[in-house]
Write a protein that binds this ligand. Structure first.
Ligand SMILES: Nc1ncnc2c1ncn2[C@@H]1O[C@H](COP(=O)(O)OP(=O)(O)OP(=O)(O)O)[C@@H](O)[C@H]1O
Ligand SMILES: [Mg+2]
Length: 477
């Protein structure tokens, strides 16, 4: 009789091991990004909850997520609708999406089916997930022994008496890894600060539209972008406004806005930036938003068109230029984002297509900055008269006849608005203006600033200019 070993055909083991998922998945993700993955799930929960609600300016109002951590545990609790029982039993706790047709027609960002698990294993070896929906309340437990048992992939699921006040989810992670205990140990840790900063940037649009996030009971405030617009007193050829572009293609909606969010930099400011004495540059550059989540924040590299083709590389002189591109799609796979969702997939076709317009917009404002370089004071006064408006509002404010069609456009809705930015006065072929530059001790500048403006913090260039104007008026009398 042939023994088992002599059989011609049998099977070999090809099943995954848990340590593969646990060690591999968690290696390449930063702790902060793993935490943001949990927050992404809350926002996706909101999208499912509000899918039949009428459009609103504050769709995320009334929804919240509370994050708390200590050297013992990490908890995230939300009121974002909860995990439906069948989703929890069939899919939510599996590694990877069994099929990719979940959440069709929703502006969600979940794609791979790993975020929540990766996040849990990044932090600890045990977890309790409690969820409450309209219909059920349940608890799923992950325990340390489960992690080492490759034969059994199922997790205990228990229907419970409602524990949460609202429909939502609570994920508590315990048995933390030593490195995580370290990071969570002090409430005002480096981690705490960088998490607050990341959330205020990456979720600024959602928080701005009503969502509340708190970390260890402190509310995170958003930092949304607004751009200068003086269109209310619009004279053609003489107005500060952003460059805008919009289109919809293959189920992806795109809106792009770039302009100034403050007056252009004075020479002193540029010098200070170069010397590293100021850090106002941080808010300049491109921000990219996919389904309301910021995936790239204030980028100033070739990734977003700086230093490519005719666009100069970033320099503190361009400190006032800021832009944003919004991508929206009910199919998250069409968005140009990386697998960690905190980065742009720079080789995606849709992104490369839009990048041409990003460069055109950038060039409009770098050229303007160069043209006005010698007239900072005049430029500043002009910028001070303009209002700061949210990019989303600007699309509605520019009248239809001011938009231009895009050459070889690829979709019906594609159009752009190129502002006619003010041009410095013609100089009759001769150089009629010269810069006057000198330095004085800061103390003296402050004294003169206080004397002239009753404000000792005025920019030195303004103080110098006003001294000149005053004497000029006297000289011309
Ligand atoms: N806070 C939550 N509220 C509601 N549902 C949730 C929440 N957290 C997780 N879920 C459910 O669990 C599922 C699995 O989450 P997980 O983050 O692991 O994968 P995903 O979001 O589908 O994809 P990705 O790996 O791209 O994040 C989600 O699709 C969602 O249905
Ligand atoms: Mg997710």
């Amino acid at each position: 009789m042939a023994s088992e070993n002599d059989q011609k055909s049998s099977t070999v083991k090809a099943s995954p091991t848990k340590s593969f998922f646990v060690d591999m998945l968690t290696r390449d993700i930063e702790l902060e990004d793993a935490i943001l993955d949990l927050l992404d799930n809350c926002i996706d929960g909101i999208q499912r909850t509000i899918k039949n609600s009428p459009p609103s300016d504050n769709p995320y109002e009334k929804f919240w997520a509370k994050l708390t951590f200590s050297s013992e545990s990490f908890t995230i609790e939300d009121n974002c609708g909860g995990i439906p029982r069948d989703v929890a039993q069939d899919y939510a706790f599996r590694m990877g999406r069994p099929n990719n047709n979940v959440d069709n027609d929703l502006y969600t960002i979940g794609t791979y089916g790993i975020g929540m698990k990766r996040s849990i294993f990044k932090m600890g070896r045990a977890s309790e997930v409690i969820s409450k929906t309209e219909k059920d309340s349940f608890k799923v437990t992950i325990y340390p022994d489960w992690l080492t048992d490759d034969m059994n992939w199922d997790l205990p699921f228990e229907l419970i008496e409602p524990d949460l006040k609202e429909n939502g989810t609570s994920i508590k992670i315990t048995d933390l890894h030593p490195s995580i205990i370290n990071a969570f140990s002090s409430p005002q840790s480096i981690l705490h600060n960088s998490l607050v900063s990341k959330i205020s940037h990456y979720y600024s649009y959602i928080i701005h539209k009503g969502f509340t996030v708190s970390i260890n009971e402190v509310k995170v405030t958003p930092e949304p972008l607004k751009l200068l617009w003086d269109g209310a007193n619009q004279i053609d050829g003489q107005n500060i406004a952003p460059y805008l572009y919009e289109m919809e293609k293959d189920g992806v909606e795109i809106k792009l806005a770039i302009g100034f969010y403050r007056p252009t930099a004075s020479e002193e400011e540029v010098d200070d930036e170069m010397a590293g004495n100021r850090r106002t540059s941080e808010t300049a550059g491109w921000t990219i938003v996919c389904n309301d989540r910021v995936v790239l924040y204030c980028d100033k590299t070739r990734l977003t068109g700086w230093g490519e083709e005719k666009v100069p590389s970033y320099h503190p002189q361009f400190i006032a230029i800021s832009g944003v591109v919004y991508f929206r799609s009910p199919d998250a796979r069409k968005l140009p984002i990386t697998t960690t969702k905190r980065g742009i997939d720079a080789s995606s076709d849709i992104y490369l297509y839009v990048k041409d317009f990003m460069r055109e917009g950038l060039k409009t404002f770098t050229s303007y900055t160069n043209k006005w370089k010698g007239n900072h004071v005049e430029e500043k006064q002009r910028a001070e008269k303009a209002q700061l408006v949210a990019p989303s509002e600007l699309f509605a404010r520019i009248p239809d006849d001011k938009w231009t069609k895009v050459k070889n456009k690829t979709s019906k809705s594609e159009r752009k608005y190129i502002p006619s930015l003010p041009v410095p006065e013609p100089q009759n072929g001769e150089v009629s203006k010269k810069n006057i530059r000198f330095s004085r001790p800061l103390k003296e500048i402050k004294i003169v600033a206080d004397y002239l403006f009753e404000d000792s913090d005025r920019e030195p260039s303004e103080v110098g200019n006003e001294c000149f104007e005053k004497i000029l008026r006297e000289a011309m009398q």
